[in-house]
Design a protein around this ligand. Structure first.
Ligand SMILES: [Zn+2]
Length: 232
């Protein structure tokens, strides 16, 4: 796959605004560096100035630092023969999401769905969907999907799990009390995350994005449950 000869209007607009240069300069720089830029690995984490540029100029153009893809480019349904024909999955849809990270608060992002043209399986970031059946991929994903449009970074989910486990071994008592304790802990985890976001220098104003960037107790609880199941 080759780099495009001309950058899209939104990316040109983003570069002119964030670097304070003219559109013609962007075109010239792209023509010189396109082959190098196209093959550079994309980092999962941006530095503070990148984040500020995306927050100030990118989000309103629909541009973010993070995009989640399925972990496969070919169909892995054992009953499908698409791979024998060399068929790659087809890009189906972009979906706006919010990513709750361990160290940098909530970030807007995109999730890409891919579809197998032979068996019609829909491949998303954490799982594939065929008919009514959702099948999670093997291994632990970098971001765990906790609702339709919200993801929790693995490191953050692991931290919450550690807190839950410490509570469990500390208070070895009836199931009802342990369940109540877990509920309180999940509420506190969501509350503490909100306080840290509000206090931190990386506070994000995601008002240009479509979805809520505050965390709920249910999302903490779901990340704990999903991580336990996937790890098992
Ligand atoms: Zn298939």
């Amino acid at each position: 796959m080759h780099p495009p000869d001309v950058l899209s209007q939104s990316i040109t607009h983003f570069l002119t605004a964030s670097l304070n240069i003219l559109p013609d300069t962007v075109d010239i720089l792209w023509s010189i560096t396109e082959d190098i830029v196209w093959t550079m690995p994309s980092s999962a984490k941006a530095n503070a100035s990148d984040e500020a540029a995306f927050r100030t100029h990118g989000h309103k153009l629909g541009l973010t630092k993070c995009t989640l893809y399925p972990p496969t480019k070919v169909c892995i349904n054992p009953d499908c023969t698409a791979w024998q024909c060399g068929l790659l999955l087809k890009k189906e849809e972009y979906q706006r999401v919010v990513l709750f990270t361990h160290g940098e608060g909530a970030h807007p992002g995109w999730m890409v769905h891919l579809r197998c043209q032979a068996c019609n399986t829909n491949y998303q970031s954490n799982y594939s969907v065929k008919g009514q059946l959702r099948t999670y991929y093997a291994g632990l994903p970098q971001f765990i999907q906790v609702s339709d449009h919200q993801f929790v970074e693995l490191e953050l989910a692991m931290q919450w799990t550690d807190l839950m486990q410490i509570a469990y071994v500390t208070l070895f008592t009836s199931n009802i009390i342990v369940y109540t304790l877990y509920s309180v802990l999940a509420t506190n985890c969501a509350h503490m995350y909100g306080i840290a976001q509000a206090r931190g220098s990386c506070t994000n104003n995601n008002s240009d994005w479509q979805f809520e960037s505050s965390l709920t107790t249910e999302q903490v609880w779901d990340s704990f449950t999903l991580l336990a199941l996937l790890d098992y």
